[in-house]
Design a protein around this ligand. Sequence first.
Ligand SMILES: *Cc1c(COP(=O)(O)O)cnc(C)c1O
Length: 458
Amino acid sequence: MPFNLPEPWRVKVVEPISLPSEREREKRLKKAGFNLFDVPAEAVFIDLLTDSGTSAMSDNQWAGLMLGDESYAGARNYYRFEEAVTEIFGFSHFVPVHQGRVAENLLFSTLVQPDMIVPNNNHFDTTRANIEIHRGLAVDLVIKEGRDPAAKHPFKGDIDLERVRRLFEETPRARIPLAMLTLTNNSGGGQPVSLANIQGYSELCREFGIPFYIDACRFAENAFFIQQREEGQQGRSIPEIVREIFDLADGCTMSAKKDGLANMGGFLATRDHELLETIKQRLILIEGFPTYGGLAGRDLEAVARGLWEVMDPEYLRFRVSQVGAFGERLASLGVPIIQPVGGHAVYIDARSFLSHLPQAAFPGQALVVALYRGGAVRGVEIGSVMFGRKDPQTGQEIYPELDLVRLAVPRRVYTNTHLRYVCDVLEEIRDHLDQVKGLKMVYEAPVLRHFTARFEEI
Ligand SMILES: *Cc1c(COP(=O)(O)O)cnc(C)c1O
């Protein structure tokens, strides 16, 4: 039964949102060149652009902000942060950073040299970019079910251990500075990784003497999936599962903008003390002193509290079931989505939904526009606009495999009623599919074109 679990919180503070009129929406779309990145957030009613940094903090976290100690060195909040990282993840050596990509920057700029290889289930874009900028190779080795949008598998984020073994056997040890694993697999649709797979990967890394690091952004959501879906895990607590996962690793990168339930923050942890000393020198250069790492004392406190709160079983049950119910409801309305639904977002297969539009007319972006036009809902295209590119020789457009629209659900922000409203908007679109117009790209930047591209309707 979709949306049958009530929110495990009550409202203490409200932030007004409003639905702009149809005329207003039309004006906004034209002004933005049909690119939702260029629409002011105030003109959006339900914003499902990302789950990153968009969480609502609890009363406990807001109270923590007042206890911010803004001393330059050794602020009390640093020690609260340290306690959380040590007790939850079991890492006693770490540095705070202002967001996840800085942890990646610090780790890879220290370890990766040209032609080195870093395997992962799927590299997130900033992870990949931070490896490639040092001319390293970011290799994606997710299991084949993870690449098939129709395949039903409880752990579609698992890494293919046979391919990992082959890579380790065929590559000189010195060319693999570390191995990564992303929990949950964001670029693969927020799909979880099983504990058995983490164990297997960790053992392989140990066998070949390769340090094993986890991209921990959604560690709690992943642990919840393990508790629900993996044999023998049902009786265990979330903190217990989390601790077992990280005991298998040599370190982790973390963006607290996801499962830190904070609006900013992150950390890099490692068991390699020497490496951390080198990293601290670089941290001082780009982020700040090692007891604040680019964060205010109050932010350290909010993250420290968020890391504990996110493991609350009632919160996690609601979180994962809300996103799941959102997807199930859309599927029952005949909207094609990627199955099974992952931990933080629902992905609509726009090309099959808008089958009257050719790929050249950007069906994903057309659906993003229809969502805004229909109800001021903001999603993001993950398809031909984001990943398509022109062949340098022929000038022909090269298209990616899928044209998806991601509806990411911020944590503790929207109620079931808000998401039901989004389903209603999509139901309306479904009933008038032929009215959804294709788009023509009239401006594109040479890199990361999706942020600034402009379109006209055909
Ligand atoms: C968001 C994210 C990052 C980067 O974190 P930022 O805080 O945005 O810099 C890295 N890996 C994954 C899997 C992410 O989802």
